[in-house]
Design a protein around this ligand. Structure first.
Ligand code: NAD
Length: 450
């Protein structure tokens, strides 16, 4: 291990010279070949796993301080989901990184062999968002390490306690010649983005996504952009409404609605809308009791800026459940809005908070047209028993993921790629898709000399 700084915290000034030296140092390590052997990758992944298991309580405390995240959610969504990914890499590393033979079927190449080979890209930069500040940081970091890269790790500054904790822990567990942590916000990230990386993996909003991609373009650096958007939910009249309400409330209001794949709004027919409103009130009460502000299970808005943004959206439609706010506590009650019109403020931007508008449509045709008239969402959800409806939604709409029956769960299935399309992002990761994202798939052809 070198003596060079492995973590820049908010107490440090982080200059262009620091960034250059840091990236050069990691690139020098990469060039020695140290990160390529599967043994090194395994060791780093195991260390990352140890970090999570050794510090479970401290991580949960930091998440609670940042987001009032409850312990069960911190364990399940942040820590265990990340461990599932790491274990998947550990189990499948040989298989997923093995060269793949390719048949040589073209004429004129007798005796030739061909393969594709996964080459690590070099030095990756991972920039994370604050809403799941452990998972959204460490899952891509694990993918980059599993693929044999060096990594610069930029935690999300709004989740300040978690960022500080990870900046302390990561250098204590990982190889500091091949990884480094830089804490900070736009200025520090801007300084990092002046550097040439071999891959940039960004999670956050589309405005910054454009800044990242513009910076990457100068060096022809490939990017993955994990962005957001308004993920719609179609509720068919044949669906069991009590089940729909339970599953909608359980996913929409987790983390106080601050989830990139949270159901954003509901499209359904007028009769089902009325039934659903009543059922949602019951489901919310079952989750958080009579007063969600006193419930341990309910989170808080990350900061006052987001609280103010969300409060301004509460004027849309008619509030049928919730609506209470407390700025000093950055608390917004789980809220359901009915009779919402498409031109109202709550429908103009991704909500990213605990407000669920219900809009009515006449039928599936109108729902599909509504979805297709807007940006391609990160996820599309539908509650229906009807196979034709499922087939039509799959064939006639475009979204990062499509999920029937239980919102958000597709991201916890590591055999599925996770990512957006259009305004919701580009590229994907999880499981073997992370290895592909952080590798170059090199074509190798071997033609005999005689
Ligand atoms: P954020 O404010 O934490 O920003 C994300 C990252 O961008 C941070 O690390 C931050 O330091 C950096 N950043 C901010 N301004 C910058 C600038 N000017 N230049 C360079 N870097 C800058 O998070 P956010 O954007 O508020 O996150 C919310 C959005 O992210 C939502 O749209 C949500 O849907 C999306 N999101 C997507 C996913 C996904 O996996 N697809 C996951 C979580 C969040």
């Amino acid at each position: 291990m070198t003596d060079a700084k492995a973590a820049f915290t908010l107490d440090d000034s982080f200059t262009s010279a620091d960034a250059t030296a840091l990236v050069e140092r990691l690139r020098a390590t990469f060039r020695t070949g140290r990160t390529k052997p599967l043994a090194w990758r395994r060791q780093q992944l195991t260390r990352l796993r140890d970090l999570l298991t050794d510090n479970r309580a401290a991580i949960a405390d930091a998440l609670h301080a940042d987001l009032r995240k409850n312990r069960a959610e911190a364990d399940a969504m942040e820590i265990d989901l990340t461990i599932v990914e790491i274990d998947d890499y550990l189990e499948h590393l040989e298989e997923w990184t093995a060269p793949q033979p390719a048949p040589v079927t073209v004429p004129g190449l007798p005796g030739s062999t061909a393969r594709t080979q996964f080459d690590p890209l070099g030095v990756a930069l991972v920039i994370s968002a604050w809403n799941y500040p452990v998972n959204l940081l460490l899952v891509p970091v694990a993918g980059a390490l599993a693929a044999g890269n060096a990594v610069v790790i930029k935690p999300a500054e709004y989740a300040a306690h978690t960022s500080a904790l990870l900046a302390e822990l990561l250098p204590a567990y990982l190889d500091t010649d091949a990884t480094a942590v830089v804490e900070g916000g736009a200025p520090e990230t801007g300084v990092l983005l002046e550097q040439r990386f071999d891959h940039i993996f960004y999670t956050g909003n589309g405005t910054v996504g454009r800044i990242v991609m513009t910076a990457a373009a100068k060096n022809l650096t490939p990017v993955v952009l994990e962005l957001g958007g308004k993920s719609p939910v179609f509720v068919d009249r044949d669906a069991d409404i009590a089940t729909v309400a339970q599953r909608l409330a359980g996913t929409k209001f987790a983390n106080a609605g601050q989830t990139c794949v949270a159901p954003d709004y509901v499209l359904t027919d007028p009769d089902t809308a009325a039934e659903l409103q009543a059922a949602l009130a019951v489901a919310i009460k079952a989750l958080f009791g009579d007063d969600s502000q006193t419930s341990d299970a309910y989170g808080r808005i990350i900061n006052e800026r987001h609280f103010d943004r969300l409060s301004a959206l509460l004027g849309s439609g008619r509030t049928v459940t919730g609506g209470q706010t407390d700025r000093a506590d950055t608390y917004i009650a789980p809220t359901v809005l009915a009779d919402v019109r498409p031109d109202e403020p709550v429908m103009q931007e991704e909500i990213f908070g605990p407000i669920l508008p219900i809009l009515t449509v006449a039928d599936l045709d109108e729902a599909i047209a509504f979805i297709n008239d807007r940006d391609k969402p990160l996820a599309l959800y539908a509650f229906t028993e009807n196979d034709t409806t499922k087939r039509r939604l799959a064939a006639e709409t475009s979204s990062g993921g499509l999920n029937f029956g239980l919102p958000m769960r597709h991201l916890a299935v590591p055999t599925l790629p996770f990512g957006g399309v259009g305004e919701s992002g580009m590229g994907n990761y999880h499981g073997r898709y992370s290895i592909e994202t952080f590798s170059h798939r090199k074509a190798v052809l071997d033609v005999p000399l005689s």
